[in-house]
Design a protein around this ligand. Structure first.
Ligand code: CA2
Length: 147
């Protein structure tokens, strides 16, 4: 039976492809989900792909992943820069964690340069567009494979 990888998306990412294409591109979150599902199948994994606009919702999804998933890929969106709660939840997860940002946060405003989640993430991909999700998926799969 294929192992599961949880892919989590934070606030406002439901608007992906619908606003600010100059920053986040033209692909929608459904497009990203489709591409991740196809790559995961090639790699021998199933994915649980979710989005929430609520900090507590994301915390609960991370708790659920403790029981179901071999790895987490997370784009915490604005909570990247504010959420100790998401960091604490990720610290209670045992498998690999990849942090993804569609935009290059380091080329943007100073408040986007700090990430609480990076204190837990095994790697960070920023500025690769939505392809960053696929790169992260390959990397967590190889980390799970090597564990
Ligand atoms: O670059 C990223 O992926 C971010 O995590 C996106 C967050 C931002 O707060 C982070 O600093 C960097 C924002 C997500 C909002 O996504 C939208 C997409 C389309 C239209 C409006 C918002």
């Amino acid at each position: 039976m294929p192992k599961l990888i949880t892919i989590l998306n934070g606030p406002n990412l439901n608007l992906l492809g619908k606003r600010q294409p100059e920053v986040y591109g033209h692909e929608t979150l459904d497009d990203v989900k489709r591409a991740c599902t196809a790559l995961a199948a090639e790699l021998g994994y199933d994915i649980d792909f979710q989005q929430s606009n609520y900090e507590g919702g994301l915390v609960e999804m991370i708790h659920a992943a403790r029981e179901t998933s071999a790895a987490i890929v997370i784009n915490p969106a604005a909570y990247t820069h504010t959420s100790v709660a998401i960091l604490d939840a990720l610290n209670a997860f045992d498998g690999p964690v990849g942090e993804v940002h569609i935009s290059n946060v380091h080329k943007r405003e100073a408040f986007r340069h700090h990430s609480y989640v990076s204190q837990r993430a095994d790697f960070v991909i920023a500025g690769a567009g939505t392809e960053g999700y696929l790169l992260a998926l390959r990397r967590v799969a190889s980390l799970v494979g090597g564990m």
